[in-house]
Design a protein around this ligand. Structure first.
Ligand code: ZN
Length: 256
């Protein structure tokens, strides 16, 4: 998530998107659908791309691995015919942060999942972190540089932030259930302010940790992680339908 490129164009499209009040874009549109089958797409957002490499450690570029994971996740989700998936990029090209959000507004996405690889000092840090919007802990100096220089973006509504936090917990819990180290956390990254859909940014692991980097580049390991991520998305999609079709949501399900 570092080296976020500042050369972003504050497109009129985004202004238009932001002009739509959040209450006009409820996360759960009341459209007819088969139980458990959302009609709006899951948006996968491979971080960086093109001139923006993201982190580079021993020749491994964050932008490349993020795209590998996103493509695998899309392919895995395609096995669930009722869960359409779109990607903000499917090649090595640069997409502005604004563009990533405008896409998700235009596509009426049901979930926005940004995929990244982490980098920190030293070689010890490990594990995935699933961020949703919220006040950021600033104890780690490395976090300072993560804020991209882009136009101001209003915070999401409380309901939107709550949905995003629930989605983040669904991801971290699914990863842990399958033996991966993972935690849910909060940050104020630009894409987490997405006004269109519950949004998370997943740092899949640390490239500066040689052991973890080797795993992240291993096809079998990627497939296992992707399976956990897919299960989380499917679980959340079902939960979203519960939100829409059955009221009120049972208390037990609101505490994921
Ligand atoms: Zn990144």
């Amino acid at each position: 998530m570092q080296n976020m490129n500042a050369r972003t164009l504050f497109a009129p499209l985004l202004a238009a998107a932001l002009a739509i009040p959040s209450f006009a874009m409820p996360p759960a549109a009341p459209v007819p659908r088969a139980p458990g089958v959302p009609l709006t797409p899951v948006i996968l957002d491979p971080g960086h791309g093109g001139d923006d490499d993201g982190a580079i450690v021993r020749g491994v570029k964050e932008k490349d691995l993020a795209l590998v994971f996103a493509k695998k996740l899309k392919a895995r989700l395609a096995r669930n015919a009722g869960l359409p998936v779109v990607m903000t990029r499917d090649t090595d090209r640069y997409v502005t942060l604004d563009g990533r959000l405008v896409d998700s507004v235009d596509m009426s996405g049901s979930i926005f999942v940004s995929l990244h690889l982490n980098q920190a000092r030293g070689t010890k840090a490990s594990g995935a972190i699933v961020y949703s919007y919220g006040p950021e802990k600033k104890s780690k100096a490395s976090r300072k540089r993560r804020f991209p220089s882009v136009p101001p973006m209003p915070a999401p509504s409380r309901d939107q932030a709550s949905d995003s936090a629930r989605l983040a917990r669904t991801f971290s819990r699914a990863l842990r259930a399958d033996g991966f180290k993972a935690e849910a956390s909060k940050a104020a990254f630009y894409v987490l302010k997405n006004p269109a859909a519950p949004s998370v940014l997943i740092e899949l692991g640390y490239l500066n940790n040689p052991d973890e980097a080797a795993k992240l580049r291993d096809g079998g390991h990627q497939d296992r992680m992707v399976e956990s991520l897919a299960k989380a998305i499917e679980e959340y999609a079902v939960l979203r339908n519960l939100h829409q079709d059955i009221e009120p949501v049972p208390a037990a399900l609101t505490k994921l």
